[in-house]
Design a protein around this ligand. Structure first.
Ligand SMILES: Cc1ncc(COP(=O)(O)O)c(C=O)c1O
Length: 443
């Protein structure tokens, strides 16, 4: 593509994205296509000759959009918020336009240094002490794998996590060749320190050394809060690494009034949260903080002759801070999002979402046919209809297009999760989602 075509098409596509965002509300939230439907719209083989892209916006409308589930739709309430603020879209555009490969400091000093500054901005926004140093990983799953690889170097063979921990913890333990011990959660679905203590003591007595504990701030199914301070004390006593998975809920820690939820986090060896969930930074941007970056680098670094540069030793080569060699210039996204909203703007949006969740909680608690299944700490409300087949109800609501909800099983009960927090979600959207659910239950 030459620069003339790029300019023309690029301007058109910026308009197209802006129009898409402003008309989102009129679209069904969950894609309504059947398996194979999008695939059939595409030629099976690549074009031999160059093709015109002049009608790309039209093609996107006809071929791609029907197969899009709209994560930024104001009535999107599935899984977790995965917001991409338009400022973040521009950050990605700049990153691609520059075509940066930031594997080493020398391969683009700005990529490394902006990332270092952005991770420190984020640390300050979260109220974390200066003892933490951050680096971007692609996902929380990778960050947790990196954490357990680092923990393994310190010894031990057993990893502990609550039965509510995300599946990425089990995957990481398996990939590290470590044994995972799943600890029963308490009535609030949080990790029970007494049960953890008993399991660690039992293993230690049997000669199985505790390696790491993964505590979750905001579990995936119900946003339960493991008691970090108590868990940190046990991890320390047993010589185990403490990794805190705050993938979704971590964004809320930009609100000082939420920080009690991870009290004790300053004792963690490592910590992950995903600004690519609730904060508005487009996927992917997972923030990984460690207390001892030298240990991280000692586990992750390689120094083949073809990667050495004159500055090694004087600079951070971020390829040595994680698994991949190649690195995008992702810090641009956080840079633009924080500047375009300001910390106060981000805080206001999250507080709006917390208030909307409390509103829905009160509605559910007042509805005799519905039962709430977990505490509402942040933006997720877990509930069930007392008489309906709740899985069928979710399917019916999603097929109707008014919202997109996902299920989970909590203590054996089929729950519907209403995860609030898309960028454009106002009270009226939450009220519409609640109405769609009640209508589906009446049908
Ligand atoms: C608590 C928790 N940990 C980890 C993950 C995985 O996140 P990622 O997709 O960044 O690997 C999730 C995603 O839902 C999560 O809720």
């Amino acid at each position: 593509m030459d620069e003339t075509d790029f300019r023309r098409l690029g301007h058109q596509l910026i308009d197209w994205i802006a129009d898409y965002r402003s008309t989102l509300e009129a679209r069904p939230v969950m894609s309504q296509v059947a398996p194979g439907e999008i695939r059939r719209r595409l030629p099976a083989a690549p074009p031999e000759a160059a093709e015109s892209l002049a009608d790309l916006p039209g093609e996107l409308e006809a071929t791609i959009l029907p197969g899009i589930t709209h994560w930024n739709h104001p009535r999107f309430c599935a899984y977790f918020p995965s917001n991409t603020d338009l400022a973040s879209v521009l950050g990605d555009l700049i990153s691609s336009g520059l075509g940066v490969q930031g594997m080493s400091w020398q391969t683009s000093p700005a990529a490394t240094e902006v990332e270092q500054v952005m991770m420190d901005w984020l640390r300050q926004m979260l109220g974390l002490p200066p003892a933490f140093t951050g680096v971007i990983q692609d996902t929380a799953s990778t960050a947790t794998l990196v954490a357990l690889l680092c923990a393994r170097e310190r010894g031990g063979e057993v990893v502990y996590a609550s039965d509510q921990a995300h599946s990425s913890v089990a995957k990481a333990a398996r990939l590290c060749g470590l044994e995972l011990r799943s600890i029963a959660s308490d009535e609030d679905l949080a990790l029970s320190p007494a049960a953890l203590d008993a399991a660690m003591a039992e293993d230690a007595a049997a000669g199985r050394r505790p390696c790491a504990v993964v505590a979750t701030t905001g579990t995936t199914a119900s946003v339960a809060l493991d008691p970090i301070a108590a868990v940190a004390g046990l991890a320390r006593r047993h010589g185990a690494w403490l990794h805190v998975d705050a993938a979704m809920a971590g964004s809320a820690m930009i609100l000082p009034e939420c920080r009690w939820m991870w009290a004790g986090v300053e004792e963690a060896d490592s910590l992950v949260l995903n600004p690519h969930k609730w904060l508005g930074v487009g996927f992917d941007y997972s923030a990984y903080f460690v207390r001892d970056p030298r240990q991280l680098v000692s586990v992750m670094s390689t120094s083949p002759s073809y990667l050495r540069t004159a500055q090694d030793g004087a600079v951070a080569n971020l390829r040595d801070w994680g698994l991949p060699l190649g690195r995008r210039f992702r810090a641009l996204k956080l840079w633009l999002v924080v500047r375009a909203s300001g910390v106060a703007g981000l805080q206001a949006r999250l507080r709006r979402d917390l208030a909307n969740a409390q509103w829905l909680k009160a509605e559910v608690d007042a509805a005799p046919d519905w039962q709430r299944l977990a505490p509402v700490h942040l933006q997720t409300v877990c509930l069930r209809h007392r008489a309906a087949d709740n899985l069928a109800l979710v399917e019916r609501v999603n097929r109707g297009g008014r919202t997109y909800l996902t299920p989970a099983i909590l203590r054996g009960a089929q729950a519907i999760r209403v995860s609030i927090g898309a960028l454009g979600t106002e009270r009226r959207h939450v009220a519409e989602v609640w109405e769609a659910m009640r209508e589906a239950a009446r049908a």
